[in-house]
Design a binder for this molecule. Structure first.
Ligand SMILES: Nc1ncnc2c1ncn2[C@@H]1O[C@H](COP(=O)(O)OP(=O)(O)O)[C@@H](O)[C@H]1O
Ligand SMILES: [Mg+2]
Length: 486
C-alpha cells in the first residue's frame, strides 16, 4: 500500500469505527492485513528434515549472476586505475543489487518486511518450524517456505540452510522475532553472511550480558547479581534491600519472571531451579512506569527513535491480566529528552552497527531516574510498529529492509505526530468496536476474541486522554484474561 495516501491529519467527522477500517488505509505493519493464502504444503524435502512449500527454483538465479561478475572484477582490480574504479562500481552495484534474504520466523511475524523486500526486487525465503508451516505466510510473494521439525535445533537448521545454499546464494539473514535472533546470528556466523554476529547478539538476547555491559559503561540499571556463586548472592541480598526480581537470562514476554519478597523466598526459588540457576539473574525490583524506545540504527547512529510509554507494566499485565496500551510521548517533555539520550548510550554500549532496536526503560518511582531494562535487536511486538508508523509515517519493518539491503541508508521524511494503541483479549468472539468512534481512531482490530484500536493525533495530550479512557472502557466491555503459563 502507498503510505503517502494516509491522511496526515486526523479526521474531522466522526465515522463509525467499523467504517474507518475501510476508509483509512491499513498500516503497512498491520500483520492481520496480510493475505490469508491457503497453504499448499508440498513435502518435497531437500533433506528428510525439511519441508518446503514453494516450487524449487533453478540452480542459478538471476540474482546470482551480477555477483559473480562483480567478484571477477574485484580480482582484476589491481591491474589499472580505470579497472579498479569499474571493479568498485561493480562491487557497490552488487552490495545494493537484488538479494536473497532468509527470514527466520518461529512464529508468523514480519510480513511487512517480506513484502517490502519483495517490492524492492529481493527474493525472500522463510525458515520456520513445522507446526507453523500452515500459518498465514504471504506465500504469493515468497520464493519459498522451509520448515524444520524444531527450529531451535541448531544442527538441523545449519544443515538445511547449508544444503539450500548449495544452489542458491543467501545474501542476508534476518530474524523476525526475539527468539529468532539467536538462530539468525548463528547462521550468519556459519555462512559468513554480513550482519550482527553472535558476540553482539549476546548483548541483545542475554539479560545478564546486557546488564553487565551497560553498567560497565555507566548506564543506570537496577542493581543485580548473577545467580551463580551463592556467597555473592548472599552478599547482594545483604547490600540491596528486597523485593527482588528473579528472571531468566534468555526468555521473553515476562516468562519465568517472579517478584521475591525476602531471602527465604530467593533461596527456595534457587533450590527449585537446581542446575538451571546459572541461567538466571536476581535484580532490584524497581517499581515505576515502563517506557520503550524503538529505533533505526545505521552505522552505529540512532537515525530514528519513537519514544513510547506502556500503560500497565508488562509484568503486571502478563501475570494479572489487563488492557495493553502504549502511546508515543510528547517530544517536548523532559522524559522524552532523557530517553533519547539514554537510548543513544545503550545502543552505543551494546555495539549494534545497523538494524532496528526495541529497548525498554523503567522510570523509578522513588527517584524519577530512568533505568535500562532490556534491549532487543528487532522490531517491537504487539502493535508497537503500527503505533510508530501512525505517529511518524516511518515503518520500522520497511526501514529494516533498507538497512539490511542498502549501503547508504537514508531515513524518509518523519512526521511529528502521536499515536497510541489499546489492545486486549476479548470475551466475545467478535467484539463490537463501533462505539469507539472518535475521529482520532485510525485502526480497528478484526480478529476473533481480540479487541484493539489505534488512535492518532498531532496533540500528545489528546492521545494520552483517549488511550486512558479507552483502556477503562475496554476493561469493562471486552477484557478476558488467560493466565500465563508458569
Ligand atoms: N527490575 C525490575 N523492576 C521492576 N519491574 C521489572 C524489573 N524487571 C522486569 N520487570 C517487569 O517485568 C517485565 C518484563 O521484564 P523484561 O526484563 O522486560 O523481560 P521480558 O523479556 O520478559 O520482557 C517488565 O516490563 C517489567 O514490568
Ligand atoms: Mg520486556
Amino acid at each position: 500500500m502507498d503510505k503517502k495516501k494516509t491522511p496526515a491529519t486526523t479526521k474531522k467527522v466522526a465515522p463509525k469505527a467499523a467504517e474507518l477500517t475501510a476508509t483509512v488505509p491499513a498500516s503497512p505493519v498491520a500483520e492481520a492485513s496480510a493475505p490469508a493464502t491457503p497453504p499448499s504444503p508440498r513435502a518435497t524435502a531437500a533433506k528428510p528434515v525439511a519441508k518446503r512449500t514453494a516450487a524449487a527454483k533453478p540452480a542459478v538465479t538471476k540474482a546470482e549472476a551480477p555477483q559473480a561478475t562483480a567478484k571477477v572484477a574485484t580480482r582484476k582490480a589491481s591491474t589499472s586505475k580505470g579497472e579498479a574504479k569499474a571493479a568498485q562500481k561493480a562491487l557497490l552495484a552488487e552490495q545494493d543489487g537484488p538479494k536473497r534474504i532468509l527470514c527466520i520466523a518461529c512464529l508468523v511475524s514480519g510480513r511487512p518486511f517480506m513484502k517490502e523486500a519483495t517490492k524492492a526486487g529481493h527474493k525472500v525465503i522463510v525458515l520456520t518450524g513445522e507446526k507453523r508451516l500452515k500459518d498465514e505466510w504471504p506465500r504469493d510473494i515468497l520464493e519459498e517456505i522451509i520448515a524444520v521439525p524444531d527450529i531451535f535445533d541448531e544442527k538441523v537448521v545449519r544443515n538445511v540452510i547449508a544444503y539450500i545454499s548449495q544452489r542458491r546464494k543467501i545474501d542476508r539473514i534476518v530474524p523476525m522475532g526475539d527468539f529468532d535472533v539467536e538462530i539468525a546470528c548463528m547462521l550468519r556466523e556459519h555462512m559468513r553472511v554480513p550482519g550482527m554476529g553472535e558476540t553482539t547478539m549476546r548483548y541483545f538476547r542475554d539479560k545478564l550480558a546486557m546488564r553487565v555491559k551497560t553498567r560497565e559503561d555507566g548506564i543506570p540499571v537496577p542493581d543485580f547479581v548473577h545467580v551463580l556463586n551463592h556467597d555473592e548472592v548472599h552478599a547482594y541480598m545483604q547490600r540491596v534491600p528486597a523485593p527482588w526480581v528473579i528472571k531468566p537470562r534468555q526468555e521473553a514476554a515476562s516468562m519465568g519472571i517472579e517478584v521475591l519478597k525476602d531471602d527465604q523466598a530467593v533461596w527456595k526459588k534457587i533450590m527449585e531451579l537446581g542446575d538451571k540457576q546459572s541461567y538466571y539473574l536476581l535484580e532490584k525490583y524497581t517499581p515505576g512506569d515502563v517506557y520503550h524506545v524503538d529505533s533505526v540504527v545505521a552505522e552505529r547512529e540512532v537515525e530514528f527513535a519513537s519514544v513510547s510509554k506502556y500503560g500497565t507494566p508488562m509484568l503486571d499485565l502478563n501475570k494479572s491480566g489487563g488492557v495493553f496500551t502504549t502511546r508515543t510521548i510528547d517530544r517536548k517533555s523532559a522524559d522524552y529528552k532523557a530517553l533519547i539520550e539514554i537510548n543513544k548510550q545503550v545502543v552505543a554500549s551494546l555495539g549494534l552497527v545497523r538494524g532496528v532496536t526495541h529497548i525498554e526503560y523503567i522510570k523509578g518511582r522513588e527517584d524519577g531516574k530512568f533505568y535500562f531494562l532490556e534491549a532487543g535487536a528487532r522490531v517491537g511486538a504487539a502493535k508497537i510498529p503500527d503505533v510508530a508508523w501512525y505517529a511518524t509515517d516511518v515503518c520500522l519493518w520497511f526501514e529494516w529492509t533498507k538497512i539490511e539491503t542498502q549501503t547508504n541508508y537514508t531515513l524518509p521524511k518523519v512526521r511529528n505526530g502521536y499515536a497510541g494503541a489499546i489492545v486486549c483479549l476479548a470475551r466475545q468472539e467478535n467484539p463490537d468496536l463501533t462505539p469507539y468512534n472518535d475521529p482520532e481512531v485510525v485502526w480497528v482490530q478484526k480478529k476473533k476474541h481480540h479487541a484493539g484500536v489505534i488512535v492518532r493525533s498531532d496533540d500528545p495530550k489528546r492521545v494520552e486522554e483517549l488511550v486512558n479512557q479507552y483502556a477503562v472502557r475496554f476493561a469493562q466491555d471486552f477484557m478476558a484474561h488467560v493466565p500465563m503459563k508458569a
